[in-house]
Ligand binder design. Structure first.
Ligand code: HEC
Length: 113
């Protein structure tokens, strides 16, 4: 029991430190950290940047495809936890906004750099 609480406390401290040093991470940074590592050019999972899809496709991806396609995927870049457990709903909102704002048919298509 004690160890459990300690881990929770350490986790919270690390999370707080991350937020404090990075400031409010924007969608681009989140996309780069939480999507790009698995979706770079030539990745077996397919290259994905905001420009890869048009806005309607992104809407559909976040609504219907993200969960089934990532349900059992673990993220080695973030402690080997499941992708869907690592990315919080708040982070996902920012990533989604960034992807849609910079989709192939947006006014400012771009990659996440
Ligand atoms: C730990 C690795 C990993 C991370 C992190 C990851 N993905 Fe994926 N992604 C995958 C795998 C594996 C697939 C499935 C590939 C397949 O089925 O061929 C996939 C599939 C996809 C697809 C195609 C899905 C479809 O049904 O058409 C898109 C688009 C995608 N990911 C976007 C993202 C976005 C956006 C993020 C960040 C929020 C992300 N991925 C984070 C591994 C990852």
């Amino acid at each position: 029991m004690r160890t459990g609480w300690l881990l929770v406390a350490v986790g919270a401290a690390v999370a707080a430190a991350g937020v404090a040093t990075a400031g409010e991470p924007d969608g681009r940074v989140l996309f780069k950290d939480y999507c790009k590592p698995c979706h770079m050019a030539k990745s077996p999972n397919g290259e994905v940047t905001p420009m890869t899809l048009i806005q309607d496709q992104w809407e559909r991806f976040f609504k219907e495809k993200l969960v089934p396609s990532h349900q059992n995927v673990v993220d080695p870049a973030h402690g080997g936890k499941k992708v869907l457990e690592v990315i919080t709903p708040e982070m996902l909102q920012k990533i989604k906004k960034f992807a849609i704002d910079h989709a192939a048919d947006s006014e400012h298509p771009m990659t996440c750099g």
